[in-house]
Design a protein around this ligand. Structure first.
Ligand code: LLP
Length: 416
């Protein structure tokens, strides 16, 4: 993303032109940025047996899935809906793994029918149900156990998943006994181990600690006579939202692979489930300034995007950069510190606090790093249609999602 000829561009396409053509709020993604994020992982795994399973919950738009499928990715899914989406986008089901703490029998049957690579199972009751479902359809379900390494990922509490108090995974101490149980069930085949300790992780140490804990378990489980064919190390690598400095994917994996090799597990297949780090910095949301308003304590810049489009600030007090689509002209009267807020009727509907802006009605702003967990978490609150999405590739911009209308929103409903 850069200013060219006084106008913010994604690759070679000006955001102002896209906003004129498709209106706002509008998500704009860069294909090159997604592929370059993927390339960092591919470099990290060069020469290894590894499968990158994009955690599609981060951004599940069909064209985004298509792009990753075409570039060799597998997918990490968490629902029957995600399975349907990813198959529609052309994914190879043999590269799909199914995570999540609450899979239903119907979802298990759908995934068995599709022939996915692995179910990441999170409890003994889930193992038993999956075993029953598999036997009832005459199949054997490939499984991995998601273990909870009890490592603090040092991120927001809502997106920490690998601590004892979290609902996720099987406690480290329970893992061996759970593997023995899984191995005893006829409808299951143990193929791997997995963990995922959290999201937006910007430090290396939690990953190194978690890897040590997982490799200890691999050794113990194999010593008990249960072979582990793959190690799935989850996702979680953070991105730069506000001066954050996460490690590059390839640099991180150089360190993790050294641990794997040192323990004699170099020949194991590796899997990972990155979401945010593949798409987060590849997207922006273009929004128009509707009004500026001077309050007694604060100034407000009211824009046409809101918490239903960009839920991360309201949910996690998350920071997203907000910049003008045209460099700000000198307009002394408008220069001020604003809270950037949306039109939704909630005080929690803010996109940025205390931002220095020089804006007036009609100006366009870009909310940065909105490729992950924005459109995928967007809602229709206040009967606001979900935004349109455009994917830019060099000079070319393709509309990959049309703006949702009020009619679209009401079509599933029935009058009395
Ligand atoms: N694998 C599993 C099992 C997960 O639960 C997640 C994310 C991922 C992979 C991908 O993690 P990533 O690489 O994207 O960090 N909505 C929150 C993030 C929730 C993450 C949930 N699990 C946010 O906007 O920050």
């Amino acid at each position: 993303m850069a200013y060219k000829n006084d106008s913010l561009h994604v690759e070679n396409v000006a955001l102002a032109g896209l906003a004129m053509q498709h209106q706002t709020p509008l998500f704009v993604y860069s294909k090159a940025a997604m592929l370059s994020a993927l390339a960092a992982y591919q470099r990290g795994f060069a020469g290894r047996k590894a499968l990158i399973c994009y955690a599609m919950k981060a951004n599940s738009s069909l064209a985004v899935l298509q792009l990753f499928a075409q570039n060799g990715c597998g997918f990490d899914i968490v629902s029957g809906g995600e399975l349907a989406r990813v198959l529609k986008a052309g994914a190879d089901p043999r590269k799909v793994i199914f995570s999540g703490v609450g899979k239903t029998k119907t979802e298990m049957r759908q995934a068995l029918d599709a022939g996915i690579a692995c179910f990441n199972v999170e409890s003994i009751p889930e193992l038993d149900v999956l075993n029953d479902v598999a036997l009832s359809v005459g199949k054997v379900a490939p499984i991995s156990l998601r273990v909870n390494p009890n490592v603090d990922p040092k991120t927001h509490p809502y997106i920490s998943t690998g601590l004892k108090g979290n609902k996720f995974g099987i406690a480290h101490e329970e893992a061996l006994v759970t593997y023995r149980h899984a191995a005893s069930l006829k409808g299951l085949r143990v193929v791997g181990i997995d963990c995922h300790i959290g999201s937006q992780i910007t430090e290396v140490t939690p990953y190194l600690d978690a890897m040590d804990r997982v490799l200890d378990l691999v050794a113990n489980v194999e010593a008990a006579g249960i072979p582990i064919h793959h190690i799935d190390f989850g996702g979680g690598l953070g991105i730069n939202y506000n001066g954050d400095t996460p490690p590059e994917a390839d640099a991180l994996w150089t360190q993790l692979l050294a641990k794997i090799d040192a323990r004699g597990f170099a020949s194991k297949q590796l899997m990972i489930e990155p979401g945010r780090s593949l798409v987060g910095n590849a997207g922006v949301c273009v929004t128009e300034v509707l009004y500026t308003k001077t309050g007694s304590d604060k100034n407000f810049c009211i824009v046409d995007a809101a918490m239903n489009d960009l839920p991360r600030p309201a949910m996690y007090q998350a920071f997203h950069g907000i910049v003008p689509c045209k460099p700000q002209p000198v307009r002394p009267a408008q220069e001020a510190i604003y809270d950037v807020v949306g039109p939704v009727c909630e005080s929690g509907d803010w996109l940025g606090k205390d931002r220095a802006l020089n804006v007036k009605s009609g100006d366009l702003l870009a909310v940065l790093s909105t490729g992950a967990y924005c459109m995928a978490m967007a809602s229709n609150y206040n009967t606001r249609g979900r935004a349109a999405e455009v994917l830019v590739d060099g000079d070319m911009a393709t509309l990959i999602r049309v703006r949702e209308t009020a009619e679209d929103q009401m079509k599933m409903e029935r009058m009395l």
